[in-house]
Write a protein that binds this ligand. Structure first.
Ligand SMILES: [Zn+2]
Length: 173
């Protein structure tokens, strides 16, 4: 049982036991978060919230892809991501979040899941993300090659054919 719901969850409106909420996050979601680094993507999210009295055990599963700049050529690339995380929500005096415990102001009773989802998705992007081999922007790769070739002329290459090394020595002397 899964229907599309708002990202502001009315906790008091949830039934006791398991509640399942589904979201399709698209560009509009990422663009709506003003300071987000990821601005495009398509991610399907399933939230399972187990309510026991006024304690809410939340399991979040997200799967999809986001658009981020490639580390090598800087062109946009599609990065597949999967998220699985769990946290507990309870009511308190004011809203706060610490590790796996989220406190929601009891008089409001609203859990706003937007930033939590965004952060989990952003964390799921590997530190190094590059296009598949051969898919990088060829012009940029050519420039990088020229750059690294120029650099290795200045530095002494670590491994060099001993015959060339001997020739190089001759040239210098
Ligand atoms: Zn690339």
């Amino acid at each position: 049982m899964c229907s599309l719901e708002s990202l502001k969850i009315d906790l008091k409106g949830l039934k006791q036991g398991v509640n399942t909420l589904c979201y399709s996050l698209d560009d509009a979601f990422f663009e709506a978060l003003a300071s987000a680094e990821i601005t495009h993507g398509e991610v399907a999210v399933t939230l399972t919230i187990n309510r026991i009295e006024d304690i809410f055990e939340v399991h979040c599963h997200a799967e999809g892809a986001v658009i981020v700049p490639c580390d090598l050529c800087l062109d946009d690339m599609q990065q597949p991501i999967t998220v699985d995380d769990e946290f507990v929500v309870k009511f308190g005096e004011e809203t706060s979040e610490e590790d796996d415990l989220v406190v929601v102001a009891e008089d409001e009773g609203i859990l706003d899941i937007a930033w939590h989802l965004y952060e989990s998705i952003a964390l799921a992007v590997p530190i190094r993300h590059v296009h598949e081999p051969g898919k990088c922007n060829p012009a940029m790769i050519e420039k990088l090659r020229e750059h690294s070739a120029a650099r290795s002329d200045e530095e002494t290459p670590e491994e060099i054919d001993p015959r060339w090394a001997a020739l190089k020595k001759l040239k210098i002397e």
